[in-house]
Design a binder for this molecule. Structure first.
Ligand code: SAH
Length: 361
């Protein structure tokens, strides 16, 4: 695991240390080649992956037999690469179909959300239990940091949520927008993206997997070079003075450096477009001047801005702008030629919206 200690602060707030051992070798974390080696053939490895994706629900313990794999070969895998230990602690469904699952993973609680769409559902996964960053507007940050998740635990979240997908809207999109800062756990995140997109079920399109970062530059640069998945940058402000107050690590990796990294990637003809997340706060970053600066910052980049009206939570004074202001901001950005959508909160009543994953247990 690569843990990059944030050098902007004294280090992450480490919560209670876990006593339970976290298995590093798990079935959901094994690359296809490795699984094929252990099962003695690629065909068996594909059968095992198919079984994993189709099991409804995912069992807590691997069964004695699965279709298409000889009992002896399977036994070797069962003995050396079990499923990551998990239990579903709670499951809540909002009226719009958004389903929030709280999973216990070897003693750490994380949240995974299934968001049904018209033809496809999106699974929002966590990359850490808690978070290594200290964004002032995020409910997860109030929890501190418990631990990094393994690749197998990240893939497992997808599989468990997939078990809840509506028949008409299969879970074919994954966003790393749950708990945690993916770039602070990049080895595991890259491995999980690989498992989700390699030539075996679930075989998601790399363009449909999006990793969201609060702007941890070294990780972002490595991610852009090593992965084919999409990147979302949580920009959230248009001047460093403003951003530093909201996201303290901006002091180390300022806006210009973050956008330069995107420009470099664009210059390498990666074919990516860049998602820019911009949480809107009343009287903080929602003015006409902010919209104009945002447009100027993104000049020349194939950017897609997602405006997220702040999800307020108890103990935090920030508030979202009024609906009319959100729409006016969107219009300003859109009329200046930048693609811009508003992500109105979904699943609000079950605290599944962005930044609220720590609440409502
Ligand atoms: N650490 C990563 C991924 C998790 S946060 C990141 O920062 O990108 C996912 C998104 O939720 C980010 O764009 C973040 O800015 C946004 N967010 C966090 N707290 C929020 C809140 N209270 N209301 C609305 N959006 C929030």
């Amino acid at each position: 695991m690569s843990f990059m200690a944030p050098d902007d602060t004294a280090g992450p707030a480490v919560g209670r240390q876990l006593q339970c051992a976290v298995p590093t070798e798990t079935l959901t974390g094994l690359p296809l080649d490795e699984l094929a080696d252990r099962l003695g053939s690629r065909t068996r490895a594909l059968a095992a992956r198919r079984w994993l994706c189709e099991a409804r629900p995912i069992p807590a313990v691997l069964p004695d037999r699965i279709p298409g794999v000889s009992a002896r070969a399977w036994e070797t895998v069962r003995a050396t690469a079990p499923l990551p230990p998990f239990t579903i602690v709670s499951r809540r469904q909002a009226a719009d179909g958004t389903t929030k699952l709280a999973l216990d993973l070897s003693g750490a609680t994380v949240e995974t959300v299934l968001i049904p769409g018209r033809e496809r559902s999106t699974v929002c996964v966590s990359s850490q239990a808690g978070c290594t960053r200290h964004c002032r507007f995020c409910a997860t940050a109030t929890l501190g940091f418990t631990r990094h998740l393994t690749a197998g635990e990240i893939v497992l979240q997808y599989l468990v949520a997939r078990g809840e997908e509506p028949r008409a809207a299969p879970a074919r999109n994954v966003v790393f927008m749950g708990m945690g800062e993916p770039m602070d756990n990049l080895d595991a995140v890259l491995a999980a993206v690989d498992r989700l997109t390699e030539e075996a079920p679930p075989r998601l399109a790399a363009g449909r997997v999006t990793v969201s970062t609060s702007g941890v530059l070294p990780g972002m640069v490595r991610f852009l070079r090593e992965s084919r998945a999409q990147l979302a940058l949580s920009l959230n402000a248009t001047t460093d003075a403003q951003r530093e107050r909201l996201m303290p690590h901006d002091r180390v990796w300022p806006i210009a450096a973050l956008l330069d990294a995107l420009r470099d990637d664009y210059g390498r003809a990666s074919g990516r477009r860049y998602f820019i997340e911009y949480v809107l706060w009343n009287d903080v970053n929602d003015g006409d001047a902010d919209a104009a600066r945002l447009v100027a910052l993104l000049d020349g980049l194939p950017a897609h801005v997602n405006l997220i009206p702040h999800n307020a939570f108890a103990g935090n004074l920030l508030q979202p702008p009024a609906r009319g202001r959100v729409l006016a901001f969107q219009r300003l950005v859109h009329d200046a030629g930048v693609r811009c959508l508003v992500r109105w909160p979904r699943g609000g009543q079950i605290a599944a919206a962005c930044g609220q994953l720590a609440l409502g247990r």
